[in-house]
Design a protein around this ligand. Sequence first.
Ligand code: C2E
Ligand code: MG
Ligand code: MG
Length: 692
Amino acid sequence: MSGQIRILVVDDESVTRLMVRRVLLDSGYDVMEAEDGKAAVASCREHLPDLVLMDVRMPAMNGFDACRAIRKLPSGQLVPILMLTGLDDVMAVTLAFEAGATDFITKPINWALLGQRLRYALRTNRTARRLRDSQQLLDRAQRIAQLGQWTLSMDGLTLTCSSEMREMLGLDDDVALDCDALLQRVVQEDRPRLAAFLDRLQSGGGEEPVEVRFHVGQGMRHLAWSGSLSLDDHGRPKSCFGVVQDLTDRRDAEAQLNYQAHFDALTGLPNRVLLRDRLRTAVTASHRGGTGFAVMELRTNAMARARAAGGPAAADRVLRAVAEHLSGLLRERDTLSHLGGERFVLLVSDVNGEVDAGTVAQRLTEAFSNPLVVDDWELLATVHAGVALYPADGDEPEALLRSAAAAQARAETECARESGYRFFTEGIQERVARTIATQVALFRGLERGEFELHFQPVVQVTDQRCVGVEALLRWRRPGVGLQMPDTFIAMLEQTGLILDAGEWVLRSAIASIKALPISLAINVSPRQLQHPNIANRLLRVAEEMDFPPSRLEIEITEQAVLHDEERAFAALHDMAARGVRIALDDYGVGYSSLHRLKQLQRLPLHALKIDRAFVTTLLSDTADAAIVRSTIDLCHELGILVVAEGVEDDSTLERLSSFGCDLAQGYGIGRPMPPSGLGDWMSNSRFGSLPM
Ligand code: C2E
Ligand code: MG
Ligand code: MG
């Protein structure tokens, strides 16, 4: 076996070469000779030996230069080169190592040991080669498995990554990383996961792998991290070591598959599978106390028309246009799905009853009253929708889909050539249509100035003089007549229009009464008080109109502070601090109780208005009289004024006076009147006479 090992002996002294050759041949090596450095390099270039034994001092090319030249040959890095140096030539030894020599042997040669030295050098070389080969194999295996390795110092400050890992992270070779810099590259939501993983490792804890996403260039890579603690010779933690596996391709493929399984290829909309999933989620969410939802099936003849006119390709284009058109009309949280052909199903979430669902259906069907524009042609098409409400029309996905389909079929027969929608439950259609019509009318009414204000005087009981008015909203609805607040306030609230209406009320009321020496009370509804900026909004109006806040009174009901107490409380305190007076309206109806009253003490109340239900019966009902009287006493105890509402005659006013009531309001004093009548009333009524 050793006969195959080839040794190149380089020396300019032929005697030395001869002796070395003899010893080596005896030891079973194959021997080649060269008489100077130049010849040695040429020989190596032709056939690399397993070992070079080379003299340093030679003509033509010395040993050092030859050594350097051999190292530059292909695979020349690995061949062991032993230099023959003089016994005390320290300089030569240093130069030899610098030139890349593996070891040195001193002259005169110790013949007995020469064989051993060579064997030893060859063995070390074999080990080094094996190590390098296995390293290369490992690198290749890691590259194939898309693995990278890392080491983290115990203080978390130094992170060393293999070149594979650097590639995965898109890091240049010279970028140094510590824990923080590493985490900066992690997708934000995954950061805590990786941080916890590294913490756990460092404290010797669990070694559960984690998968985190990294920002790399324009994209994202999914890397799975696993690791363990490395210990030093004394069993103390030395560093953390681990591997990362690049799962990006796998995750991308999964995402792609997932997309294909859940989305319609033509429209990009969710398909039946995803719709069912969303429906199930909606049912569960509703069970947990979320809001209701509706399922709507829509069918359009747009594609059939396009196909008839321009073939299947045209139909596909129109299908995409319809999908886009419908999607554009929806909110983010609604799911529009395409079930194939002309069928779309919409999951409308956050539906607060039939009117909400009807509004959406109306919007979608109305959107088809104009021609659909697809590229360069226009297409007039119809859409028919059927609405099923959860849980009334089905308490699970399949039942709801069936109900929606049945309602859709009815819409198709009943609306025929017009776009339109039908509810599954027949009775509600009319009611919803009426409500929506009223909502639309209210909206237009606000825009077109159909609202007006009436003012009802408030008098001081002691001297029976008018000290203020309450503004009361009216709607002069075209074709219907003057509408009282109870027919539309609730709807203004539901639609959110109350915010604009409320501002209009304040502005218009101030304009009407500003010149009179009285205060102004306006009603503010619960929904208005929920608005985060209500105090500023109202006070800005007063300021713009140069109306002092001290002349303004806000009437609220208990409901206003029932829901989101903190926000309403904050708004009221804010207004009170800026001089606005706060009155509690309709006291006595609804939730009033002594307990509530105590709670209401947290409000900056200026006055309390006793509901007319107690006042109109004051003279006939002793219980009501007792309630009114004790409420007045209680309020005075708390430093709150009392206003009696619904005073319809003089005797009631007298009785209130005897109870010590502060203010009064009612038909017996003055009915709500248009601003034009207010001046007259002021001058002519016995309550109205303006102070001299
Ligand atoms: P409210 O604030 O308690 O207003 C008093 C209501 O009692 C008014 O009805 C008024 O016309 C009526 N009233 C006054 N004196 C008498 C009386 O002696 N006998 C009888 N039977 N009724 C009397 P109106 O104008 O129909 O207002 C009803 C409610 O609508 C108001 O109750 C108020 O809560 C609300 N409202 C009115 N205007 C507005 C407004 O601008 N914004 C808001 N948010 N709500 C308003
Ligand atoms: Mg009021
Ligand atoms: Mg009232």
